[in-house]
Design a protein around this ligand. Structure first.
Ligand SMILES: Cc1ncc(COP(=O)(O)O)c(C=O)c1O
Length: 433
């Protein structure tokens, strides 16, 4: 273990170091569980950052990927192969109505940037409006649109011009109700159009229907519908980034469907091939057919193996998604009970099995140190868990969608006891359980 860590640090750049601070050397994964080299088993509620929605190595997906590996595993746009068509048909069949074509790429950031290129190309406009707290990736364009943490942008300026950032409703952070936060954010958008840029110069709104990395804030159906109406009034494209919220995570295939929202462009990634690299933009053929040959391209996008896996993932998720609401209700009920007992839990929010538990200090302010102790104690007790939010103080509760009720409870029990230990050891939460 120490030897592997040493070799890792000798040869791999430290830039993505956070997860590797955890000294878990994983050798196997199946379902909701992973096994470390030490033999210890961990319940994996990190899910590869909301990617292994079906857990590790789902049988049918493994079989589909293996079968494809034995046929052809790279095409690079040079010839036709069946799995890209199967994946395309499967994905548009579960996408919001009217979105009937897809272009596949590899990572979320790449598809975000492609969506922005598409928006500029088809509208002939340059401006992009993004929402504070949004996360859209790390490449130069994507990081321009990302404002979930200033650190992600530090050292990279100047970023892309003609990008305008406006508030996204953060009710807990602002001490407001959802309605008040929606109204405030919409008023600010109105001011943006009055003082900074006219709507006729805006190609697209780029928005997550529920902010992920930014702290698990659901935007709310009302806010997203208000954006839809403003977009319609000014011929602005509504580009909905569902890289993290998609593929069953919030209780339907996409959060757009949970909200009954009609996006112009949907950006997808992460869970669509359950961990094999695949992402894409999904839109109407009316829009995508205007993106002529040569306007965009990729070597690896739509990889045959990833596509075979994606087609199998759609089939495998069909019986799983209807089980999300029951698990979600149970998890919310338990988290809300725990909130009543634990003063360090400031807020519980989310949709489906995408739940944020915000840890606060005794004054009710975000506690940037809390996740360090809670996450570590959870790890020691056998649970892998991630955080999110600008203060890294929101527990990102994202079990696999097919987690058993028993494992769901086991994960919550581990976190509850980690939170109790944190409150006792800090000593500042008087009367804490
Ligand atoms: C909403 C959202 N968009 C885009 C991305 C970027 O995806 P990737 O890391 O695959 O480039 C992420 C990654 O966390 C995300 O959560």
């Amino acid at each position: 273990m120490a030897d592997l860590q040493h070799r890792f640090h000798s040869v791999i750049a430290p830039v993505i170091s956070a997860a590797h601070d955890y000294d878990v050397h994983i050798v196997d994964g199946k379902g909701s569980w992973v096994t470390a080299a030490s033999g210890k088993q961990y319940l994996d509620f990190a899910c590869g950052i909301a990617t292994t929605n079906l857990g590790h190595r789902p049988d049918d997906v493994v079989a589909a990927a293996q079968a494809q590996l034995n046929k052809v595993w790279h095409a690079g746009g040079s010839f036709l192969y069946e799995s890209i068509v199967e994946a395309g048909e499967a994905i548009v069949s579960v996408a919001p109505e009217g979105l009937d074509k897809v272009f596949f790429m590899n990572a979320g950031a790449e598809s975000v940037e492609a969506a922005m290129k598409l928006a500029r190309k088809v509208t002939g406009r340059q401006g992009i409006i993004t929402f504070r707290g949004g996360f859209h990736g790390r490449t130069m364009g994507a990081v321009t649109y990302t404002t979930s943490k200033a650190k992600y942008r530090e050292g990279y300026h100047p970023l892309l011009p003609s990008t305008f950032v406006t508030p996204y409703p953060h009710p807990f952070g602002w001490g407001m109700s959802q309605e008040e936060a929606n109204a405030y954010a919409l008023r600010e958008l109105e001011m943006k159009f009055k003082y900074e840029v006219t709507p006729g110069e805006i190609a697209a709104f780029l928005v997550e229907p529920m902010q992920g990395e930014g702290g698990y804030y659901p935007g709310s159906k009302e806010f997203m519908h208000a954006l839809r109406a403003i977009a319609d009034a000014h011929d602005i494209l509504l580009v909905v980034d569902e890289v993290q919220t998609g593929f069953g995570r919030t209780g339907d295939w996409f959060t757009s469907q949970v909200y009954d929202l009609r996006p112009d462009v949907l950006v997808v990634g992460k869970a669509i091939a359950n961990g094999l690299p695949l992402s894409g933009v999904i839109a109407s053929s009316r829009l995508l057919d205007q993106w002529g040959p040569g306007s965009h391209g990729t070597t690896f996008g739509g990889n045959p193996v990833s596509c075979a896996a994606a087609a199998a993932v759609v089939q495998a998720l069909k019986p799983v998604i209807p089980g999300v609401p029951e698990r979600s209700e149970h998890a919310f009920a338990r988290w809300n009970e725990l909130k009543a007992d634990h003063p360090s839990i400031g807020d519980v929010r989310g949709l489906g099995l995408m739940i944020g538990i915000e840890l606060v200090d005794p004054n009710g302010k975000p506690d940037p140190a809390a996740f360090g102790s809670v996450g570590r104690a959870a790890l020691d007790a056998g649970l892998l868990i991630l955080n999110c939010g600008p203060d890294s103080n929101v527990i990102r509760f994202i079990p696999p969608l097919n987690v058993t009720m028993e494992d769901l409870d086991a994960g919550i029990d581990i976190l509850a006891s980690a939170i109790t230990t944190h409150e006792r050891s800090s000593g500042a939460f008087n009367g804490a359980s």
